[in-house]
Design a protein around this ligand. Sequence first.
Ligand code: SAM
Length: 289
Amino acid sequence: MIERIASPKKTREIIEKNQFYFKKNFGQNFLIDSNILEDIVESASITEDDFVLEVGPGIGSLTQVLAEHAKHVVCVEIDNHLIPILTETLQDYSNIEIMHGDILKININQLITEKNDDKPIKVVANLPYYITTPIIMDLLENKRKVSSITVMVQKEVAERMQAAPKTKDYGALTVAVQYYCNTEINKIVPPSCFMPQPKVASAVITLHVAQKPNIEVADEKLFFHIVKCAFGQRRKTLLNCLFNQGGFSFSKEDIVDILQECGLDEKIRGEALSLQDFGNLCNVIHAKL
Ligand code: SAM
């Protein structure tokens, strides 16, 4: 077996040899515990038939283990200083493709079409905090051909994805994830497994993307518009959020009627609505547009 990159000794050696400096703004906390890498690959159920997209390979710690289990791995790294390092650390693997770029600007559907004949892929990543919500929302909302997303995120963000209504963690991300996916928190990972150590614990969560969303809505765009609007100003009532930010041509009285038709009190806040409540609200609004 080729030496693991994910150890404190090897990681330090690579970093010193290349005079690499960690960039906080890119969320660079590299994994140095190879047991966790095996856990991630297992959580993602990676097999030799899988095409994997890895976001942010760093120095290649997770990429290496993914490549040993998957058919093909494409990894996208934003930091140009890491590209020559990755080219060297992953040189023994013929099934890895390294791309330099910002995952938020890459056309992921085009990548899937060109590199995997439009067949569904798995996304695996130790995600930097600042792109966690945008990348997950993008993958889900824009219906990328993705069968599962297994990510290391801040523990608190993983909990947010599984939160129940009326809790502080419940928000637009929760509703988007619960609309499309069944979720599983596989592991809690302490700061000591990273270099440098983050301030908070992390968690590995798998989002199994369902073939069909978990509820039926008349118009997905409208559904997400309503959800974002409802959580845009959490402390305001849903009535005020829909009236002020909805962009609908309804009067306040019309919206009160709509809420009543959905069995919702006019003083209710967005955070109190279940996934099904949002679905019903979307369908009633859709019928009146
Ligand atoms: N996968 C490595 C590991 O587990 O050790 C590194 C994970 S580190 C938490 C996040 C990585 O994502 C860094 O290498 C960082 O440079 C990269 N990154 C940050 N923002 C990115 C973006 N928008 N697109 C692609 N890569 C990004």
